[in-house]
Unconditional design. Structure first.
Length: 144
């Protein structure tokens, strides 16, 4: 589906390149609005991978992240076959939550969409918030 090119730079931001495929678009060849949320999710996931965070390991312990809140603004449309870049940074880190600022740009550096995403760390067995595991918290602190 995606041909990702992740990279973390020294400024505490992560860049993730995505090609827009037919499946991402509506009949007019522009990205369907909900798919921007998928692009943001994939970028955050790839950033965790680059930080050597194995989400499967934590899911086996019934710990994971859930989206608590999203504020998203759409400014322009990505189009079929376009290469877009998701840039992510951590703007707030607490004991049981993390807030990401993310935006998507095209090759002309036009911001197409931006979002502030708050994630809560949750114990899935108890269905309650829990502390972010130290290994993840430490990795987030190193890049924020």
């Amino acid at each position: 589906m995606f041909n990702p090119t992740p990279s973390t730079n020294t400024t505490g931001t992560h860049r993730f390149t995505i090609r827009v495929y037919y499946e991402d678009t509506d009949a007019g060849g522009i990205v369907y609005h909900a798919n921007y949320l998928k692009f943001f999710e994939r970028a955050r996931t790839e950033w965790l991978r680059e930080l050597d965070i194995n989400q499967t390991h934590f899911l086996q312990q019934n710990i994971g992240f859930v989206v608590r809140k999203v504020e998203m603004d759409n400014f322009a449309s990505a189009i079929l076959d376009e290469s877009i870049v998701v840039t992510s940074s951590i703007v707030s880190l607490k004991r049981a939550s993390v807030v990401f600022k993310q935006h998507i740009t095209n090759q002309q550096q036009t911001i197409l969409c931006s979002a502030i995403v708050r994630l809560a760390c949750v114990n899935f067995t108890l269905h309650k918030p829990c502390a972010i595991p130290q290994i993840i918290l430490g990795a987030f602190k190193r890049v924020s």
